[in-house]
Design a protein. Sequence first.
Lengths: 248, 193
Amino acid sequence: MSRPLALLIALVTASSLASTASAQPQQRSLTIYAAASLTEAFSSYDKAQRYNFAGSNALETQIRNGAPADVFASAAPLNTQRLYRAGIVDKPVTFTSNRLVLIVPRSNPADLHSVYDLRRKPVKLVVAGSAVPVGGYTRTVLRKMGLTSVLSKVVSQESDVKAVTGKVALGQADAGFVYGTDARPVSSQVSVIRIPAWAQPRVRYEIAVVSRSSNKAAARAWIKRLLSPIGQKALRRAGFLPIPRASR
Amino acid sequence: MDRKRFLVSSAGLSATVLYGPFVGAGSAARAAVTDDDLAFANFGVSAEFLLKDFYAKALATKRFGGLHANVLRQGRRAANNHAAALSNLLTGAGDTPPLEEDFEFAWPRRTFASAPQAVKTGLTVLRPLLGAYQSAAATSSVVDYRVLYASLGASIGQQIGALSALWAPVGAKSFPVATDVETASAAIEAYLG
């Protein structure tokens, strides 16, 4: 990992920890394992809990191996459903959705104005690995648009969406696929190129109580509040989309 | 052949043309299918859902009666059949087709305020879709797909004619322009939400 990227990630982590530390005291905070794309949304929604943000696939592995989580919020149903089938989490529910966008540095050195420009121009493209939800969604978008050939222009495969965002924001890549919500916090450093609705993957976030949690009642209550109008409003404020019709 | 038997056999033939090549030909098609084949199909399914929604909303306004309403009903039925055929194609090629529920269509506020305005918007969606189907029919790597796209293009051409005849001047074109998915997508993207 390059020094500027490490610095950016350290700053993001420090700010996240600081906001958690300044939280109001509570009886006992929950340990919430959540997809990296939920970092800003969850941190500002409820500062009183302890968070572990990372790629959903990495979090799934950690929980499977006994990590002390109370709640797991994943950017793809695949990760929660696998744990559910293994009896490691309770029945997951969909709590929000998202859209993919292509981001480019503000200076736009590759002069990209459409996703199709990725095929026409020489670019340094950064994506998440295929096991990470956003990496899988990226490949779905490219397949739907008939653009899988641009994967030959990938210079780096990252472990989560924040690493993709960081590389583009720092100008270390010409373009990267991230969630719309990840572009927001770095809007002064990147420009967003929209992906047509017909090429969007079904980005569904699922959440579940970890079965061995010793704080299950509080975990269930936390999820219930997230699903309530208050929680949904907070997610919308962070740029997330409503629970899809098919999942209601 | 009496009339009833003729109608039954014609219906069977239509179903075969629409769905037949894609129901059991999945593995054969899968080997030859290209990126562009899937792009045309994905775009086509989405645009057909959009058209279905357009026809349903136009009918709901009650601004179209009698034969005019029939034109819209036939358009809605065609859009539904087209979406099913293209979804079948995608499933056969090992892909996951889009669903209607994936979209929150966004029609401009005045789209259905008058019949002429509705017709104008419908034509705005139909024309680029015809262009895309023409390109797909000309370039698809799978013969069965080309047959389907040619059929879809013909149907969309008929809809353009029928819809134009309702309110707009009928300007039949000798050579409608074929377009790529990118151009067709840009033309209707705003409606897809």
